[in-house]
Design a protein around this ligand. Structure first.
Ligand SMILES: Nc1nc2c(c(=O)[nH]1)N[C@H]1C(S)=C(S)[C@@H](COP(=O)(O)O)O[C@H]1N2
Ligand SMILES: [Mo]
Length: 406
């Protein structure tokens, strides 16, 4: 892997660091010493990222996008957030990679190479919204532990692969199947081979949806390493933690999957609302399924300046988990009055939808543009933080941008 090579090559170069910068006192470095710069691979080079992405953590890699980088209907690879729970797999060989389907509720155990999957099953492409359950966590009070995601842990890429349901039907599913769980090739932070960084899943009805894919392409290219090369489970509309990267095994379970990060406070929220900071008993916690309705203004960037009399065009995306967004509104008076945006239908089920509006400001001064989406069940985004929960999941409060009119 690129990272490993980078470190090794630096061991041999006391006089020059990567990219040809001279290490002035390199001849005085203790033998075997690895210069700091060489220890920390540059994530922007490693993952080909837009320079404005924000690194929240480097072990494991957690890198967030920005609202204004997400303006495209299909998110480019360079602007996609990266969320890892462990270390990247260290040697990936797509030519020998296999997917095994097994478990109490599988009729048999069956192993497929990538070529088997590509040759034996019909291929489909969908644009799928994947949002980290913890997107927006940084707003919660009392604060929730974990990566302090702002707005940028969401993307909608185009995924290509075969339907999980076609593969499950090929293996045969027993009547008592209730859940699938994934197992992947990434490495636990402790490096213990007995521990998995994460092993989540979903109920059979989600696994059997047309749009739930075993994907081998992202945005018409091989999936980048950071996003799960060479094979990934993709289940749009649910917390992105369900979409297992570097997929090796699907286990068909006769009970709710009990892999790493399926229990406790991981990706679970109080079944009923609780007061901020309150202790919640384990049996009162429920697994997050479909994500709540949400939207993002991707243009202009917050802080934009405008001349009075010039209308402002805003645009962005709205999404609603398994549902569709049916109404999109904006407000420039702190939510006192709302105005309709133009809203497009999704490219396919579970893809985010584009909205636009032309905003006129009555006089010079400071404004905030707030955006609010409503889903097909009539639920709208809250204007303030929604229900507190121990890990700070599901913050779908209205997105707001600041505008100065002079
Ligand atoms: N194998 C594996 N799959 C994983 C993860 C992981 O750490 N390991 N992280 C999950 C979480 S919590 C999220 S939010 C998404 C992030 O997907 P991305 O990095 O492609 O944006 O991947 C999910 N799939
Ligand atoms: Mo996540």
């Amino acid at each position: 892997m690129k990272r490993r090579k980078f470190i090794e090559s630096s061991l041999f170069t006391s006089a020059a660091l990567a990219s040809g910068v001279s290490n002035v006192y390199g001849h005085l470095m203790p033998k075997g010493y690895v210069p700091l710069l060489a220890q920390d691979p540059n994530p922007f080079e490693l993952f080909n990222l837009n320079e404005e992405m924000e690194v929240l953590n480097d072990r494991p890699w957690n890198i967030e996008s920005k609202a204004h980088l997400l303006n495209d209907a299909i998110t480019p690879n360079s602007a996609m957030f990266i969320r890892n729970n462990g270390l990247l797999p260290e040697s990936i060989d797509a030519t020998t990679w296999t997917l095994t389907v097994e478990g109490e509720s599988a009729a048999k155990t069956k192993t497929y190479t990538l070529t088997d999957l590509k040759k034996n099953f019909k291929q489909y492409s969908y644009q799928l919204t994947l949002e980290c359950g913890g997107n927006g966590r940084k707003e919660f009070y009392p604060p929730a532990k974990g990566n302090q995601w702002g707005l940028g842990a969401v993307h909608c890429a185009k995924w290509t692969g075969v339907r999980l349901k076609d593969v499950l039907e090929d293996v045969g599913i027993k009547k008592n199947a209730v859940y699938i769980g994934y197992h992947a090739a990434d490495i636990h932070l402790s490096r213990s081979p007995d521990k998995e960084p994460i092993s989540r899943g979903c109920p059979m009805h989600k696994a059997m949806e047309d749009e739930t894919l075993l994907a081998f392409k992202m945005n018409d290219e091989e999936i980048p390493i950071a996003h799960g090369y060479p094979l990934r489970l993709v289940a749009g509309g649910w917390p992105a933690s369900v979409s297992g990267k570097w997929l090796q095994t699907i286990s068909v379970r006769n009970k709710v999957h009990d892999g790493a990060k399926m229990t406790g406070t991981s990706y679970r929220v109080p079944c009923k609302p609780v007061a901020p900071g309150e202790e919640v008993a384990d049996e009162d916690m429920c697994i997050i399924e479909s994500m709540p309705v949400k939207s993002l203004i991707t243009s202009p960037k917050t802080g934009a300046m405008l001349k009075l009399g010039k209308p402002l065009k805003i645009n962005g995306h709205a999404w609603a988990g398994d549902l569709e967004v049916v109404k999109m509104e904006y407000s420039i008076d702190f939510g006192s009055t709302w105005h309709q945006c133009e809203l497009k239908a999704p490219a396919n089920r579970l893809a985010w939808q584009q909205f636009t509006a032309t905003v006129n400001f009555p006089e010079t001064g400071y404004y905030e543009v707030w955006a609010r989406a409503t889903d097909s069940n009539g639920k709208s985004q809250p204007m303030v933080l929604p229900g507190w929960n121990p890990k700070g999941y599901l913050n779908n409060a209205c997105h707001r941008i600041a505008i100065k009119v002079s």
